[in-house]
Write a protein that binds this ligand. Structure first.
Ligand code: ADP
Length: 506
């Protein structure tokens, strides 16, 4: 599929949608403006026509004014002005025939024209009439003049009313168009914001879900180019982060493997020396001992070989890279074995006491869980002196509240039954100001070459991966207690009332 061009805003891009929204609003404004320009032109024409009608009415009044003057003073100049205004009125009527048709009927216009012509004739007749006819002619002229003024006034009034009506409807129209424009713009804005904001909101929610570990990739909430490229970049970044995290875990596991290797060497010593002793006895007694004794020693050799094989197998199990797999894991043997392995590396001067029910199981990935124990037990052992003591206990708890102290992990809010494992030492403890930082990657107080600062970070990651919780409490000088909560698995019992020394502390 070809990627849409960068410059052309396609419909499937946020830019395209916003541009479309702008165009739509601009088009609405343009259409409304054109409409109003048209309406304004009509109104303008009405005002011009109104001006003509007023001119006609004023001309009629002027005709009458000079008529009155002439009747009073009989001066030729008044008659001349009267005649000039009559011609003006006739010209106005002739020039605006079609326009005036909008404010008066044709019959009324013809009547005005006729009256005006009659008036003109009567005025000329009056000027040449003898004294006896003067009065009758004057009355006739006045009457015609009144009729002309009345019709002109009627036309001016009609035009005024029409302008008022046009103005009123224009106002309503303006209001209507403004309201519908506002409505349309709001609708476009809403549609736009829905199309632009919704995918962003969905992305925000997916990012939150990713940071809460509920999912591991972002899915595209829309087909917009920008969103797709953000999603692709984000998913790429997540993949890279995942790879880096895996490689971090791997290097931490290698470090733990180093710890365990010396423990394994130490652990192997016992069966090997037992085998060697049995072999020596057998060699010395060749031909002397009876079959039963030989069988006994051979049985011991076989037993010790099996023990050595188990030790090597668990180391191999730990070192093998494999996918996360939850299963029912019996806690006590796993912890006991880990203690044995770790003890070999750290100077073995401490007493380790286990108080874990024989049949207590957790639902976990054994290999990863062992790494958590390696890290916690190693940390505890490293700080201990000759009086050192480590108590590892486990029991089922009714979770509800997170464990006391600095707690981390998805399962800290879990309710119901969980298995709580505590690793407590009476070592130097941790300063309160360091407590919030000890789970950070690369945080260490140890000398260069002695600690990578990844042990607790990896322990937290693993516990969190199991949907569990890890917490720490410490009083400087009196030791530290790490508490892990993990989902429980069937086959449960209560911890024994008296703790026993599982590894026979040294
Ligand atoms: P590292 O052991 O490589 O330093 P960790 O992440 O395992 O890295 O531990 C971080 C820091 O937490 C340690 O350097 C130490 O200061 C402190 N810490 C962890 N466990 C204990 C403990 N049981 N007693 C005292 N300090 C501890």
């Amino acid at each position: 599929m070809r990627a849409p061009s960068q410059d052309k805003p396609s419909r499937h891009s946020l830019r395209g949608k916003i541009t479309l929204g702008y165009y739509a609003v601009a088009a609405i404004i343009l259409v409304a403006s054109l409409f109003f320009v048209g309406e304004l032109r009509t109104l303008e024409a009405r005002v011009v026509l109104g001006q003509r009608a007023t001119d006609l009415f004023n001309t009629a009044l002027e005709i009458r004014r000079f008529e009155r003057n002439y009747f009073l003073h009989h001066q030729a100049v008044d008659l001349e002005e009267n005649g000039r205004y009559i011609q003006l009125a006739q010209a106005l009527l002739a020039d605006n025939q079609t326009d005036f048709a909008a404010i008066a009927t044709q019959a009324r216009l013809t009547e005005l024209r006729t009256r005006l012509n009659d008036y003109q004739r009567q005025m000329s007749a009056y000027a040449t009439s003898d004294r006896r006819q003067l009065e009758a002619a004057e009355t006739h002229v006045r009457q015609l003049g009144q009729e002309v003024v009345a019709i002109a006034e009627e036309m001016a009034g009609a035009e005024r009313r029409q302008i008022q009506t046009t103005l009123a409807s224009f106002r309503m129209l303006l209001l209507g168009v403004i309201l519908s424009m506002a409505l349309l713009i709001v609708m476009i804005g809403r549609a736009l914001s829905q199309r632009v904001v919704r995918p962003l909101k969905e992305m925000e929610a997916s990012v939150a879900a990713i940071s809460a570990n509920h999912r591991d990739t972002l899915s595209a909430p829309s087909n917009d180019r920008e969103i797709l490229s953000i999603i692709a970049a984000f998913n790429h970044m997540l993949k890279e982060l995942d790879l880096r995290q895996k490689s971090l875990m791997r290097s931490e596991r290698l470090a733990s493997l180093g710890t365990m290797l010396s423990g394994v060497a130490h652990e192997l010593n016992n069966p090997l020396s037992n085998i060697s002793t049995s072999c020596q006895i057998l060699q010395e007694e060749v031909g002397e001992s009876d079959a039963a004794t030989q069988k006994l020693y051979l049985g011991q050799i076989d037993q010790q070989t099996e023990r050595a094989r188990t030790i090597v197998r668990s180391l191999l199990d730990f070192s093998r890279e494999r996918a996360f797999r939850k299963e029912a894991v019996l806690l006590k043997p796993l912890v006991a074995q880990t203690v044995g392995f770790v003890r070999g590396e750290v100077s073995a001067k401490s007493v380790v006491r286990l108080a874990i029910p024989e049949d207590l199981s957790v639902s976990a990935d054994a290999q990863r869980l062992q790494q958590v124990f390696v890290n916690l037990i190693r940390n505890a052992m490293e700080g201990l002196d000759t009086q050192g003591r480590i108590d590892i206990s486990a029991q089922i708890v009714q979770a509800g509240e997170p464990p006391a102290g600095t707690a981390l992990g998805e399962g800290c809010e879990s309710k119901g039954e969980m298995v709580e494992i505590r690793v407590a030492d009476n070592g130097p403890g941790i300063a309160p100001e360091l407590l919030p930082r000890i789970f950070d990657p690369f945080f260490t107080t140890k000398d260069v070459g002695h600690g990578m600062g990844l042990g607790l970070f990896v322990a937290y990651e693993i516990v969190d991966e199991h949907g569990g919780c890890i917490a720490v409490q410490s009083v400087p000088g009196q030791g530290a207690t790490f508490c892990i909560r993990l989902p429980r698995e069937g086959g449960l019992g209560q911890p024994p009332s008296d703790a026993h020394d599982a590894q026979g502390g040294h």
